[in-house]
Design a protein around this ligand. Structure first.
Ligand SMILES: [Zn+2]
Ligand SMILES: [Zn+2]
Length: 254
């Protein structure tokens, strides 16, 4: 009887159209058994018109193995977004390239020259990113931010509000979230990724938590380079709304 209800419920109440699923393919922070955890970050975004790979981790063999383990097929990827130049986000490009169909690559103008020739000669389209732009309906790049290491964040427009995804957040996690909110003029549901706070004092971390709170950030999913102390403080501040987002985690946004 219960089983019949479950089957009927799945038919009558299918997953809501427009939901966004984020799978963490590469992370030094552990989560799912069987995934290889290594320093770096990559995630796959499914749900929008295009399936998007955001960053590629540091080692392509680890990326591909984790993808297989997590049921992600390189051929389902429609575009790749590289957040910033660092090797723990771009190191997987070479191993991934022959496994992809021809896709669009969104690469910060800052370092597009490093990849352009190999991508274009493999038949891919390269889009240098400087200002904010639309990647596909409901998905946007913040454009290159920051005055030091230039970095783009990804903004996904969901029914719950904006999802902001960062690689290392070198321009500052509060500044990146604020830029997303200013650009899209909507509330922020979730900020996810590396927040790069390992060297910050407790007072600085308290200020950063306040900054995100005053932007109205409903949920956070810090990992990668966020740092242990910051991870603990985010968990204390957001409690159930601080989501576990290590390697292999799957986060669904309505
Ligand atoms: Zn990083
Ligand atoms: Zn970095």
């Amino acid at each position: 009887m219960f089983l019949l209800f479950v089957v009927l419920a799945a038919v009558v109440f299918p997953a809501p159209a427009g939901s966004v699923e984020i799978t963490i393919l590469y992370n030094n922070v552990p989560h799912a058994p069987g995934c290889t955890c290594q320093w770096g970050f990559a995630c796959l975004i499914r749900g929008p018109r295009d399936t998007i790979l955001f960053d590629t981790g540091g080692d392509g063999r680890v990326l591909l193995a984790n993808m297989e383990r997590l049921g992600a097929d390189p051929r389902e990827i429609d575009c790749v977004v590289l957040s910033h130049v660092h090797g723990d986000h771009t190191g997987g490009v070479a191993a991934l390239l022959p496994r992809l169909k021809p896709v669009r690559w969104y690469v910060p103008a800052d370092f597009v020259a490093r990849f352009r020739r190999s991508l274009e000669s493999a038949g891919h389209e390269v889009i240098p990113v400087s200002g904010p732009l639309e990647i596909c309906p409901g998905v946007f790049s913040t454009g290159e931010l920051g005055s030091g290491i230039r970095e783009q964040g990804l903004i996904v427009d969901s029914e719950a509000g904006l999802v902001v995804i960062t690689g290392c957040a070198h321009p500052g996690i509060v500044d990146m979230a604020a830029a997303a909110k200013t650009q899209r003029k909507q509330a922020i549901h979730l900020v996810l990724g590396g927040f790069h706070l390992g060297s910050r004092s407790r007072a600085e971390l308290a200020g950063i938590i306040d900054g995100l709170r005053s932007l109205g950030v409903e949920k956070v999913a810090p990992s990668h380079c966020t740092g242990d102390t910051a991870m603990r403080l985010f968990a204390e501040a957001w409690r159930d709304n601080c989501l576990s987002s290590g390697c292999g985690a799957r986060i669904t946004v309505p």
